[in-house]
Design a protein around this ligand. Structure first.
Ligand code: 5AD
Ligand code: SF4
Length: 446
């Protein structure tokens, strides 16, 4: 539509990598309409808020940032504001937004975001607001323009939705049931990205390990990884998120065998206490989780582990919380993403007895983060003497290697000829709390 030619847009994103990638597709839709990106929402003709509802805090932030645009809209009545993603997709979401933010022009959910271009045109044509939230995905067409934020890492969806129903989690309610993308589509996208020079391809899904279950063609996540490794070029595959009940030995074997699979694993545990895990409906106990971690460490040399933790889940005793701290000490994660339990209306955990006080949650979160900081410091020492296959990057004239887990290893400056290639780096020591190392031998995954 000519109307949008030359107009300016901005996309504000909240939430997970799924949403970050969704916003890259939204940028694609807007640029296809002829618009260009500006850095400030206040300066844009079209502002899209891609929202998250996983915790109350994420919702509050979005509400206040959208509300802050009211003044701009009063000055520039032609400004179009759209709200999409997980917030409107909740049962009451659309109505809440309609009531609380009446100056918003478009409210859509997670299932019809690829219709955004059509809705924008409708607003201009009819001068009427659009409130459209649907229960199932419509218009499954893909391969739309994607404006990627990162030059090294590219996201690729492999599965949408979630079938797990953890008692605290809103995701299955706003993202629907699991739908795997056809293998041929994934392969074509990965091939294209590798040919464009992306070195890391991150396969995305709420539970990537479920890949293929709904396709009924024998494909599994392990076989998907194996097949994608056959694509020629210098690149590595990452994936997130895994679920401990579906992550298995076959996947560990592929991680061990394939040089093109990054040696890192994000395996959310949520709690180190089996009773809490049961009430969370996680389908595993801590023994099972520990076995998986042990098998991964044994199989995948120098693997980098990360996890998600919820503190203050209903009924979490001081002892149950301490079990989680113990787990962190035992596993030694490179990264821990910890959150205070946030009540989500309508989810089973919201009516469990023994809800925990905010002040107790806060105290536990701080203690957990303190412990993890201490563990991370120790782990830096553990890296010395080890060898990691790294991507060489140059930032502001400084050359370093990035491990698969995202750690930086400083290199002598004459290593910059190897920029943008994978090489083996041996960590030799620690300088100013940073690792320093030397290149052992050149090794690329052609
Ligand atoms: N409260 C706090 N944290 C939550 N998460 C999911 N739902 C909630 C909630 N209601 C966390 C989990 C999940 C991560 C993406 O967000 O740890 O793995
Ligand atoms: Fe937030 Fe979950 Fe939606 Fe991601 S899928 S944006 S974490 S509610």
């Amino acid at each position: 539509m000519m109307y949008f030619e030359g107009k300016k847009y901005n996309v504000v994103t909240y939430g997970c990598q799924m949403n970050v990638h969704e916003s890259e597709k939204i940028s694609g839709i807007l640029q296809d309409l002829g618009m260009t990106l500006v850095n400030e929402p206040e300066l844009a003709d079209v502002v899209v808020f891609n929202t998250c509802c996983i915790r109350e805090g994420a919702e509050d932030r979005a509400f206040s940032n959208i509300a802050a645009l009211k003044k701009c809209k009063a000055k520039n009545p032609d400004m179009i504001i759209a709200v999409c993603g997980c917030m409107p997709q909740q049962k009451q979401g659309k109505y809440d937004l309609k009531k609380k933010l009446p100056f918003v022009d478009i409210v859509i959910g997670t299932h019809n975001v690829n219709m955004l271009g059509a809705y924008l045109t409708r607003v201009v044509d009819t001068k009427k607001r659009v409130y459209e939230v649907v229960d199932t995905p419509i218009d499954l067409s893909e391969n739309k323009t994607t404006i990627r934020d990162d030059k090294i890492n590219a996201y690729v969806n492999i599965i949408y939705g979630c079938n797990k129903f953890c008692t605290y989690c809103i995701v299955p309610h706003v993202r629907g049931r699991e739908r795997s993308r056809p293998y041929e589509d994934i392969k074509a996208e990965v091939k294209d990205l590798v040919s464009k020079g992306y070195r890391y391809i991150t396969l995305l899904g709420q539970n990537v390990n479920s890949y293929g279950k709904d396709l009924n063609n024998g494909m599994t996540f392990a076989s998907l990884l194996t097949k994608l490794c056959q694509i020629e070029g210098e690149f590595k595959l990452k994936f997130m998120t895994s679920h401990p009940i579906d992550f298995n030995k076959d996947i560990i074997k592929v991680m061990k065998r394939e040089p093109k699979v990054a040696k890192c694993l994000h395996l959310p545990v949520q709690s180190g206490n089996s009773d809490v895990l049961f009430r969370m409906n996680r389908h595993y106990n801590i023994r099972h989780y520990n076995k998986l971690i042990k098998a991964t460490k044994r199989g995948v040399k120098n693997v980098s582990l990360s996890t998600d933790i919820i503190v203050g889940f209903p009924g979490e005793s001081e002892k149950a919380f301490e079990d989680t701290v113990k787990l962190l000490k035992k596993v030694k994660y490179d990264q821990v993403f910890a959150f205070m339990y946030s009540k989500r209306t309508g989810k089973p955990a919201s009516i469990l007895p023994n809800q925990i006080d905010e002040s107790v949650k806060n105290k536990r979160l701080n203690k957990l983060l303190r412990e993890q900081k201490f563990i991370s410091k120790q782990m830096l020492n553990d890296c010395v003497g080890k060898t990691y296959n790294c991507l060489v990057v140059v930032h502001n004239g400084v050359t370093m290697g990035l491990t698969d887990g995202g750690r930086e290893i400083y290199l002598p400056n004459d290593s910059n000829a190897l920029e943008n290639h994978f090489v083996d780096i041996k960590v030799e020591g620690i300088r100013n709390h940073k690792l320093s190392g030397v290149i052992k031998c050149q090794k690329s995954h052609q």
